[in-house]
Design a protein. Structure first.
Length: 227
């Protein structure tokens, strides 16, 4: 594609083309002159991205705490007997994390610039009675070119999953002031089990491809004289 653009630009830029002369030329001088000035400032860019994706994880719920056994009886024979606290609740299991699947990212940038291109073709048939045949080209120009292509699959985040915490077991408390009073056979339940964690998030990213190309032609002169 760049070659086609360059070919078209060069064709347009051909400013001087001489046609054949079929008769003898009697002249003191044949002078063909081209004078060009110009400036081209070109910027071409392309960007593609499959990045910036987040696959979040999950967290299981926390298990509830069990109740407590407390003795505040002031009677000497008072106590908690064989009371027992309940068990703490189990934590909930974490679920599967999120999933992100992206396609490919392709960025392509190209530019072709041609400045001050001259083509001169002179053909004289029949002889030349002249002291001079001169072809002159005077070119001046500036080409400033920036061509860039950027492709990325980065900045992706995949979070893990966590199971919930297990609940705490209840406590047994005796605040009886009598020496013979107490909790007797009271016991505390078991703490709950923590929930199981699951697989974390998943990011599957396609390929990222960046391609850039630039062709610049400045002050191209082609002169052909046939006698």
């Amino acid at each position: 594609m760049i070659k086609k653009v360059l070919g078209a630009a060069t064709t347009v830029a051909m400013l001087a083309v001489a046609s054949p002369a079929f008769a003898a030329v009697n002249s003191s001088a044949i002078i063909i002159s081209n004078s060009n000035q110009g400036a081209v400032f070109s910027g071409t860019s392309a960007s593609a991205s499959t990045g910036g994706n987040t696959a979040g994880g999950s967290t299981g719920g926390k298990g509830g705490n069990s109740g407590s056994v407390t003795n505040t009886n002031d009677n000497a024979s008072g106590g908690n007997g064989a009371g027992s606290t309940g068990n703490g609740g189990n934590g909930g299991a974490g679920g599967l994390g999120g999933e992100v699947n992206t396609g490919n990212a392709t960025a392509t940038a190209g530019s072709a610039n041609a400045l001050n291109s001259n083509a001169v073709s002179l053909r004289i048939r029949g002889g030349v009675n002249s002291s001079a045949v001169a072809v002159g080209n005077d070119n001046a120009g500036i080409i400033g070119e920036i061509t860039a292509a950027d492709a990325t699959t980065g900045d992706n985040t995949s979070d893990g999953s966590a199971g919930g915490a297990g609940g705490n077991a209840g406590g047994v408390t005796n605040s009886n002031d009598n020496a013979s009073g107490g909790n007797d056979g009271a016991s505390s339940g078991s703490a709950g089990h923590g929930g199981a964690g699951a697989a974390g998030g998943l990011v599957n990213s396609g390929a990222a491809v960046g391609t850039s190309g630039s062709i610049n032609v400045l002050n191209s002169n082609i002169v052909r004289v046939r006698i």
